[in-house]
Design a protein. Structure first.
Length: 832
């Protein structure tokens, strides 16, 4: 059907939001103003015409971008390309480097600046598409030169500097932070509220919660205060949050609903959030939908929650019967987001009531809808209909992420009819899909002949990751002697990724000879291989007849000079706790020094908590209650209360005087006026990220300082979970290392910004304040990470590179692309 403005399916920062042919043009969402210390979008956008080009078209056409903003809500950017007719689903728009002469004269003032921000953000995110567009590509270098970070304002004052210092110290400063949240300027009050929200509960209890509650009445701080209350999840705030659930401001109401959903054990709040699924504002409904994903499916009201989610989904079902002809319900961008977030929640809850919705959206042409439908199907009891739906998705989808989820679903459903489509998928163009299919085939013991035949192709795959997945499945299906022979062959390979695969596959193969093989691999020169071998030994603890020998071996590894090996040994012993391990565990905790030594102590505390009958274990936990390390104290307190049945009171401990000063803009890093851009060069190509120093300054400065020193050069992507994350940057290469630039772990900088495709995040252990030198990048939106892992950047170009990265690929270097936009302060030169 011909329309005046044909729909151009776009990807903004890799996030597909709509693919329908809407006459009004495409609506796309971008989170441009998520708080922190900077000033994002806070007023109405203007409009501006841009010259754009669709791949495959012979000449540029005039397109428009406009964005509408409501206070407290994400802006909606509307893009359309005039005169387009038949546009393929993978089409993207690209800016023309020479297009400035075509553009209208901009309107002066703030509205124009914000319009430029919106348009630039929209256009610069387009290359993050998960599939390559048809037609000619723009010149990558020319495109990179057109990228610009969003405008920001980094402000300093004595009060703001003091707030940053107190936040870094995780201290109220004897009440000073509470006073600043109450009596400072609007900017100071907002920043103090953010800092208060980062003080952990219950160590900081009633006083901090009450201070945040008072700020809910302050129009300058109320949204930040609501988010902070949710992060702390103090049960004492439940009544207040309930009282604000009907506030007239939808932006604030969204924050309240989000916060309320994090108090997971309060039935009244769960009911209030469930009611919010019917809110007049779609943004509130979105927060309510995601909120339900945080709750247990074993709650007494779980079925009612699932029904409410399905009711929310009802107006947007894919097909409806109108005169016997199925029709698709057209949706705006925010409605499309609501749909996939509801499906995400139903899938995460493992909702059996959601089966009908999962089957319906399994054939959706919107990747996120189809993807989360597959994840929901994977959690259900097998049926012919579910297998057929997943098989159809695997065979027909053009999105590798959906194909991966379909393969996982077929493997978990485990019916014979799943084997042929999985066998076909071992020849898929994406290595991620081939690996997922090979791994899934290991679940078909009753169809082992057909599965092993399909795995033969995987064992000869060009990708070592696929070969590893095929080996693991082979070991589960083949005779133990055949599995051992294959393990020995692969354990002798030169490629550490293949030796890693042997160590991982050996976890499921019984026998003393396998234990001997793992013992050898535990001393491999590659730390990635060694720590994986130790982890596999831990899994052998539960195999009959092997426990005593494996336990003795793991105890000996507690004395390893390598902390990664020690940590893996602690984890293994903790999986099958025994009183005979107490002395060795305590010795490991007392003698571990250097990087991740704190993580070892925490692991030991948790292991000892499973051995409450030991007097030595109790004494060690008691001593740890006054450990100088905050998270060690916190875990010791939790073990004492939850495992040993003691009742203890928290006391605020003075900040560590040895901690270096917090970095400040204009003193320790540039007072950027725009978000800096960096290029991460890999052996697969280059990815460009926009960094967020206004929201996560400590993380951005840490990342750039490490990049300047070349710390990332040559490091591995040691962990790749298809349709989730790629993770790398660890100097050790196994995920156990963390070497921050200032020599101390990074404090968390959680903000309301949501994880989307291409979000650049900071890995950590169980301690929220344990960021180091690693990084991860998401393949898709991951709502369960929101508010739990610091986001310090977002992909702006190179989505195809992100999609190709496999375990064992390397970061070749990091370059700062835009050092010249800095304000006053010490400039950071481009990286190597």
């Amino acid at each position: 059907m011909l329309r005046e403005h044909a729909q151009i399916p776009l990807v903004l920062s890799g996030r597909i939001v709509d693919q329908d042919d809407h006459a009004a043009g495409l609506e796309i969402l971008e989170n441009l103003g998520n708080g922190g210390e900077g000033h994002g979008v806070d007023a109405a956008f203007g409009s501006r015409e841009w010259v754009v080009r669709a791949p495959g078209r012979t000449r540029p056409g005039k397109g428009t971008l406009r964005a509408d903003w409501s206070p407290g809500r994400q802006p909606v950017i509307v893009a359309s390309l005039a005169g387009s007719r038949q546009v393929r689903p993978t089409t993207m728009l690209h800016p023309l480097p020479c297009s400035r002469r075509h553009a209208r004269r901009p309107a002066p003032g703030k509205a124009h600046a914000l319009a430029s921000l919106a348009a630039t953000a929209a256009l610069t995110g387009l290359l993050a598409c998960s599939s390559a567009p048809a037609g000619p590509e723009p010149n990558p270098d020319a495109f990179s030169r057109t990228l610009r970070g969003a405008p920001i304002r980094l402000v300093r004052s004595p009060e703001l500097d003091r707030i940053r210092e107190l936040e870094e110290a995780r201290s109220t400063g004897g009440g000073e932070l509470l006073r600043l949240a109450r009596d400072g300027s609007p900017e100071v009050r907002r920043r103090a509220v953010v800092a208060l929200g980062r003080l952990p509960f219950p160590e900081f209890g009633k006083e901090v919660t009450e201070a945040l509650v008072l700020r809910l009445e302050d129009p300058d701080t109320r949204q930040a205060a609501a988010f902070a209350l949710g992060q702390r999840a103090d049960p004492a705030s439940a009544g207040v949050l309930t009282a604000y659930m009907n506030d007239p401001d939808p932006g604030f109401r969204s924050r309240v609903v989000e916060a309320a959903s994090k108090l997971v054990d309060d039935p009244a709040l769960r009911e209030a959030v469930t009611i919010a699924l019917r809110d007049a504002d779609l943004g509130v409904r979105i927060e309510a939908a995601v909120g339900t994903s945080r709750w247990s499916s074993e709650d007494p009201d779980a079925a009612d929650v699932d029904r409410a989610l399905l009711d929310t989904l009802s107006p947007y079902r894919i097909t409806s019967s109108r005169g016997g002809a199925p029709t698709r319900v057209q949706r705006t961008a925010i409605e499309a987001e609501l749909v996939w977030r509801v499906l995400f929640a139903l899938a995460r809850r493992g909702s059996t009531l959601g089966e009908g919705a999962f089957l319906e959206y399994a054939s959706s042409d919107v990747p996120l809808e189809q993807l989360f439908a597959m994840r929901g199907i994977a959690k259900l009891e097998a049926s012919d209909e579910l297998v057929a739906a997943a098989a159809h998705a695997l065979d027909t989808t053009s999105d590798w992420r959906v194909a991966c989820e379909a393969a996982v679903a077929l493997g978990r459903l485990g019916q014979s009819a799943a084997v042929p489509p999985l066998a076909r998928a071992t020849d898929h163009a994406s290595a991620h899909v081939r690996a997922a299919a090979a791994e899934a085939l290991g679940n078909f013991a009753e169809d082992s002949k057909e599965a092993l035949k399909a795995l033969h192709r995987g064992r000869a795959d060009v990708s070592p990751v696929v070969r590893n997945a095929a080996l693991a499945s082979f070991c589960r299906l083949a005779a133990p002697s055949d599995a051992l022979a294959e393990l020995r062959r692969q354990a002798d390979r030169n490629d550490p990724i293949e030796r890693f695969g042997a160590a991982a596959a050996a976890a499921a193969v019984p026998g003393s000879e396998v234990v001997e093989l793992l013992s050898r691999l535990a001393n491999d020169p590659s730390k990635l291989v060694a720590t994986r071998a130790v982890s596999s030994l831990g899994e052998h603890l539960s195999i009959d007849g092997e426990g005593a020998a494996v336990r003795a071996l793991l105890r000996s590894l507690l004395e390893s000079p390598d902390n990664g090996v020690r940590s893996a040994a602690v984890e293994g012993l903790a999986s099958v706790p025994d009183a005979s391990d107490v002395e060795a565990l305590i010795a490991a905790a007392n003698t571990s020094k250097g990087d991740i030594s704190e993580e070892i102590v925490v692991g030991v505390l948790r292991a000892l908590g499973k051995i409450p009958e030991s007097a030595e274990a109790r004494e060690f936990v008691r001593r740890s209650l006054v450990d100088p390390r905050p998270f060690v104290r916190r875990v010791a307190h939790r073990v004492a209360e939850e495992d040993f049945g003691l009742e203890l009171a928290y006391t605020e401990v003075p900040p560590d005087p040895a901690r270096p000063p917090v970095p400040l803009p204009g003193r320790d890093f540039p007072a950027w006026t725009r978000n800096p851009l960096v290029a991460i060069n890999t052996n697969r190509g280059e990815m460009v990220f926009e960094l967020f120093p206004a929201e996560a300054p400590v993380h951005v400065v840490n990342f750039l300082a490490l990049a300047e020193k070349g710390e990332y050069d040559g490091t591995l992507f040691h962990r790749v979970v298809p349709d989730f994350v790629v993770q790398g940057g660890d100097y050790r290469g196994d995920g156990y290392g963390g070497r921050p630039a200032r020599g101390v772990a990074l404090r968390s900088e959680f903000t309301p910004r949501k994880y989307t495709r291409g979000s650049l995040g900071m890995p950590r252990n169980q301690d929220p304040d344990s960021g180091g030198s690693q990084l991860f990048v998401t393949h898709r939106p991951t709502p369960h990470l929101d508010g739990h892992y610091t986001i310090f950047g977002e992909l702006r170009a190179g989505g195809d590179v992100l999609d190709r990265i496999e375990q064992g690929d390397r970061i070749l270097g990091v370059r700062l692309l835009s050092p010249s936009n800095a304000g006053t302060g010490k400039s950071l030169p481009p990286g190597r």
